[in-house]
Design a protein around this ligand. Structure first.
Ligand code: 5AD
Ligand code: SF4
Length: 470
């Protein structure tokens, strides 16, 4: 058994990162079914594709319901307390299934919650029906953890709190045939004071460029039309590995492969260079969509958050992107109610929102996370004020995102059609170049193509459109 250790997880050393290859010949899953449920960000979505890939490789078959499964894996998120609550709520459902329908059901926890000391202690002591916990740094070991549980019947907790290896070649079962996630950098060294990610995901580790480019070439050969380069802070790509190769270089090299659409998330304004803006502006296949978390518009709060930029720096970068990248769509993340945030500080945030007129924003109330510096700061904003600020912020954010959508009415845009529409099965749906969801009147054989669509109506969170033949 290896338990997580948050103090250890905070450490950063100069130890070299091990680049290793996935290695498993385990095939014990025959005739067994699995169900994976994913919480949280795109990195987790992609990790779930790896979990499924490994399980498929081992002989398991995917099922879409926990009731039918022999093994259920929750790939969890720790970013805010409500992410925890959702997981613990669902564990109650699984316990019921185990008590009533299938006493042999295996229940496992992966993802960021498995890296948290308090959570794993609680699981060990109070949630004995959870059969195994596998951390983020040893996900490639998942199959052997499951096998040990099956062989010994003893609950397994295997969580490492070190800097982590970069493991290539983990099998991936991709959810989409057209759009693929590609990891470029793991972990984060920014240590924003509210954020648990540097503890749960470890030190910043870039994948080697050759491995990334090879993966994308293969995806293109398989017919993928879009890749999204993933990292907690993609703009730091290469810093830990190369003297002279960064995200701008990587984007250029990926662009040269000729895959039609390239995206990347998430950006940190501090690492975002003009060179990167220029590559995004000059490359047709790098999509004009940038998620640029602001977090706060107040310099005082930005400092307390350890964000390393000022409101003025942020606005300068924002203006540069707007000026250079044609029709860019820019979205953001904002936290309200950080310790020490006064009404004036909050007004500074609204001021930035009014200047940037974002296409969309994810807004959050501050949630203290175990062992982070902000959790030790004295909370000064009441729950009521947090909710009030969130509400006022959302009204303004929604106004601008509606306006941005409205501006598209009557325009002809390019969409990558990915599936039938959730809302209306007689329609299809897809995403514009700047990442807006469109429900499209058009035949189902458009799925898997990039087509022209005339936007007929703008809703708050999506657009309606009609297919236009070339
Ligand atoms: N409380 C509230 N929001 C948070 N985020 C990260 N940590 C916290 C926290 N402790 C938000 C940030 C980040 C997004 C993914 O989640 O805005 O960009
Ligand atoms: Fe968290 Fe900051 Fe790293 Fe983003 S950049 S993952 S907010 S520490």
């Amino acid at each position: 058994m290896k338990m997580p250790d948050m103090k250890q997880a905070r450490k950063r050393t100069n130890n070299n990162i091990n680049y290793t290859k996935y290695d498993s010949n385990l095939k014990f899953g025959k005739n067994k079914k699995y169900f994976v449920r994913t919480y949280g960000c795109q990195m987790n979505e992609h990790d779930s594709e790896k979990i499924k890939g490994m399980l498929n490789d081992c002989g398991f078959i995917e099922t879409q319901s926990a009731e039918n499964a022999d093994i259920v894996i929750l790939n969890t998120c720790a970013i805010r307390e409500n992410a925890h609550d959702k997981v613990f709520g669902y564990l109650g459902v699984l316990k019921h299934i185990k008590d009533t329908i299938n006493k042999d059901l295996l229940i496992g926890i992966c993802g960021c919650m498995s890296q948290e000391e308090v959570v794993v202690n609680e699981i060990k002591n109070k949630y004995k029906y959870i059969d195994f916990v596998c951390g983020t740094h040893n996900l490639d070991n998942l199959l052997s953890i499951i096998k040990t549980k099956m062989d010994t019947k003893k609950n397994q907790i295997e969580v490492l709190s070190y800097e982590g290896d970069v493991v290539e070649g983990i099998p991936v079962s991709r959810d989409s045939k057209y759009s693929a996630w590609v990891d470029i950098i793991y972990g984060c060294d920014k240590f924003c004071t509210y954020c648990i990610v540097p503890y749960t995901r470890g030190m910043q580790r870039s994948r080697k460029k050759e491995d990334i480019l090879e993966e994308i070439k293969t995806l293109k050969e398989k017919g993928y039309l879009e890749v999204t380069l993933l990292g907690q802070n993609v703009n730091a790509y290469g810093k830990d590995l190369y003297d002279n190769y960064n995200l701008a270089n990587l984007l250029s090299d990926v662009s040269d492969i000729g895959i039609p659409r390239i995206r990347f998330v998430t950006s940190h304004p501090w690492d975002f260079t003009e060179e990167m803006v220029d590559v995004i502006a000059s490359r047709e296949n790098v999509m004009p969509y940038i998620h640029l978390p602001l977090q706060s518009g107040s310099n005082k709060i930005l400092k307390l958050m350890n964000r390393r930029y000022t409101k003025e720096d942020y606005l300068k970068l924002y203006d540069s992107i707007r000026t250079k990248v044609k029709n860019a769509s820019i979205t953001t993340d904002i936290i309200v109610g950080f310790p020490g945030e006064s009404e004036e500080d909050f007004m500074e945030t609204l001021d930035v929102v009014n200047k940037c007129k974002y296409d969309g924003a994810f807004t959050f109330a501050f949630s203290p996370r175990e062992n982070t510096p902000a959790a030790l700061m004295k909370e000064t904003v009441s729950e009521e004020d947090k909710m009030d600020r969130l509400h006022r912020l959302n009204e303004i954010v929604n106004k601008y995102s509606n306006e941005a959508n409205k501006r598209l009415e009557g325009q002809i845009v390019k969409c990558l059609v990915t599936s039938l529409s959730d809302k209306d099965k007689n329609k299809v749906c897809g995403y514009t170049e700047n990442m807006k969801l469109v429900n499209i009147e058009g035949p189902s054989d458009l799925i898997g193509n990039i087509v022209k669509v005339k936007i007929t109506d703008a809703k708050s969170f999506s657009l309606d459109g009609i297919y236009v033949k070339d």
